[in-house]
Design a protein around this ligand. Sequence first.
Ligand code: FE2
Ligand code: FE2
Length: 281
Amino acid sequence: MLIAQISDLHIRDHLGMFGELVDTSKTLEKTIDLLNALDPQPDVVLVTGDLTDDGTKEQYSQLLEIISSLNTPWLPIPGNHDDYTEFLNAFSSKLPDNIPQNHCSYVIDDFPVRLVALDTSLPGQHDALFSEEHELWLSNALSQEKEKSTLIFTHFPPFETGINFMDLSGLKSADRLENIIRNNPQVKLVVAGHLHRPIQTSFASTMISVCPSTGNQLKLDLNPKNGSAVDEPPGFQLHIWKNGRFVTHTGVIWDGKELDMSQYVAYVNEKISKNEGIRKD
Ligand SMILES: [Fe+2]
Ligand SMILES: [Fe+2]
């Protein structure tokens, strides 16, 4: 199974400081072009929060128009820049009927890997909380399929990254989530967004991967007094599920040079098929 992930699309209809840094509609269009050209094609695209900048109806309409050109089925969860009501209105056709009243969490069981969407965002807040309600919902959702390999997708990463200002406004009570995952070893990967950088860490019995933004990135700066947004290339991730493990790749959108190596690839394939070694030259 091949899972693509895009995050922090931040579709906006005004310029502002961030708008002058990156045109997020254009970078999303470029990302979608790249995803549509992938061979093999992903089975599903996870869209992990901050789909719009301000959560307005107009911004969701703008997003839906752009993302309609994506060839792959996609699944959204909200982030701190989304508005819960407008989010549900915009994506009702994509979401199951049985989502809880206060958070847009759900389970998709149509794939070889079980996909669990976990929404920990709080209305009107930049930070997030893994509450007792989330704890109950997630424990129950995971207990229903203990044997099936599972991926959790969420907006807020449940760990400290070293980027201080983002850590201070991150997920509260992440230790509760860690406990649940420790008791559910069928969770093979957690993927998140929010940080606008590719970051990985171990977590309980699994791994967490954070996807870069399709718009601007945050500068890699570990000085606790600093923080800045940069126009580093937009990115996405591919999570390959094969032989009982996930392998995560980070791709970037860029207009650079490309050297075709298909002749060398054919040479390697031929040598391997003949059980011969591969020469250095
Ligand atoms: Fe974001
Ligand atoms: Fe966010």
